[in-house]
Ligand binder design. Structure first.
Ligand code: AMP
Ligand code: GLY
Length: 423
């Protein structure tokens, strides 16, 4: 089969790497892809947001299956457009993906279906939002969480610790359009405490198949300092996500979500991402995403023993599947460009990739290849280095033993991924 994989980050490289191993995959094209995906097949020079061009490409190039891996094309209705053109496509429809592209929709949905999450209010008027923030009184020591309603590349949630900070954030989002249209509407919510865990699941809308739990490290710097990023490293499994908690999540969160979406006529098919906070009152949803996490996919897919393409085809067709996962651990550490997630430079030559041993899988995110075949940086998150191990400590040791071999000007990575966890 000819597969068109839409996106160009580390997640897409990991998905493409796994799809290319399938006996059913005869050709893999990525759009727009990246330096890593270039080694797995062709790249179509189409951005992930150019829905009409993507569908046209698929129709004219004999594409059998479109895999929509990133958030923007899902929010723009890529899957709907493919289906309307008679193409098979993996991922939720635009209406189902609203769980991710509107936080206000997601919060309302959880309220309607009794799914545990932080209490909240939605605002489109900045003065009203500021008045509400004042009434929450962060001087009592509880931060106020302010979120842009729409997609904001993982940076749209701000935890403010004073009313002054809350006001500045609200004005930047709502009046100065710091996140463009995404921030015109904001959600202000209660601050939750606890440990975070990502629960990714395959679902055909009815049946739900949890993947091993994983834990992203979102802040830019060691010690969970610095601003939120798209994710600087991931561990899986997560020792404090016990079987008991997993069963509770299935009962109180996962099934009510897929059931609720079906009841609302928005059946969700694809990968559903539950970002959870394990609070003293039990697990609560921080947010939903409508696709694999990045970099969660990079840590999880090396552990998937089943054929990913077979799984995706069956999920899309609504047929039962039996995903098989290795019981090993996996660690993923992201190497980023200096300055990320704020301003950073690109076009820096990357060296040392040939010195990384084969026990580490290197997934490319922001890389490109020049005419001479050299890799250059082209984004904020540049590479993810992933290793499996019998234990998490083994996996982390392997990555950290070799990570300094990869070099480019300004490169940095977190040195404490998985540090607070021992297995
Ligand atoms: P989000 O963009 O919703 O995934 O939020 C990014 C990060 O902000 C999360 O990974 C949490 O660390 C933090 N966060 C978001 N919402 C809350 C909340 N209600 N309480 C505490 N922390 C939160
Ligand atoms: N790693 C967070 C995300 O993919 O949204």
């Amino acid at each position: 089969m000819h597969i068109l994989l839409v996106g160009g980050g580390g997640r897409e490289h990991a998905i493409g790497w796994k799809l290319a191993q399938s006996k059913l995959c005869s050709k893999l094209t990525s759009a727009p892809g990246n330096g890593g995906l270039a080694a797995l097949g062709e790249r179509a020079p189409i951005r992930a947001t150019e829905i009409t061009k993507l569908v046209e490409y698929a129709k004219t190039h004999g594409v059998d299956f479109v895999v929509a891996a990133s958030d923007d094309p899902l929010a723009l209705g890529l899957v709907d457009a493919c289906k309307a053109a008679g193409l098979r496509a993996f991922g939720p429809t635009k209406a189902a993906a609203e769980l991710e592209w509107s936080k206000a929709f997601a919060k309302g949905f959880m309220k309607r279906h009794g799914i545990p999450t932080a209490s909240y209010e939605v605002f489109t008027d900045c003065d009203e939002a500021v008045a509400y923030a004042r009434s929450m009184d962060p001087s009592e020591g509880k931060p106020i969480v302010i979120k842009a309603d729409g997609l904001a590349v993982g940076k749209g949630a701000v935890i403010t610790k004073s009313i002054g900070e809350a006001e500045v954030t609200l004005r930047e989002m709502m009046l100065d359009a710091k996140f463009g249209e995404s921030g015109k509407r904001v959600v202000i919510e209660e601050y939750m405490t606890g440990r975070e865990v990502t629960a990714l699941c395959f679902t055909d809308g009815e049946r739900i198949y949890p993947m091993p739990p994983s834990r992203d490290h979102k802040r830019a710097l060691d010690g969970d300092l610095g601003t939120n990023t798209g994710g600087m490293g991931v561990i899986t499994p997560v020792p404090d996500y016990t079987t008991e908690i997993a069963e509770r999540c299935m009962r109180e969160i996962f099934l009510p979500t897929t059931d609720g979406m079906r009841q609302e006529g928005r059946s969700f098919s694809g990968v559903l991402y539950f970002e959870l906070m394990l609070t003293p009152d039990g697990p609560k949803v921080i947010e939903y995403n409508a696709r694999f996490g990045d970099p969660e996919a990079q840590a999880l897919l090396p552990l998937l023993e089943s054929d990913l393409l077979e799984l995706m085809l069956a999920i899309e067709a609504g047929e039962p599947v039996t995903p098989v996962w290795s019981d090993e651990a996996c660690a993923c550490v992201v190497v980023a460009s200096g300055g990320y997630p704020d301003a950073y430079q690109t076009g820096k030559p990357i060296s040392g990739l040939d010195k990384i041993p084969s026990e580490i899988v290197v997934f490319h995110a922001g890389t490109s290849v020049d005419a001479a075949g050299n890799y250059l940086t082209s984004g904020g998150r540049v590479l993810s280095l992933c290793a499996k191990g019998k234990t998490l400590d083994d996996a982390l040791r392997t990555v950290y033993r070799h990570i300094d071999k990869v070099r480019f000007e300004g490169a940095f990575y977190r040195k404490d991924i998985g540090k607070r966890v021992t297995v």
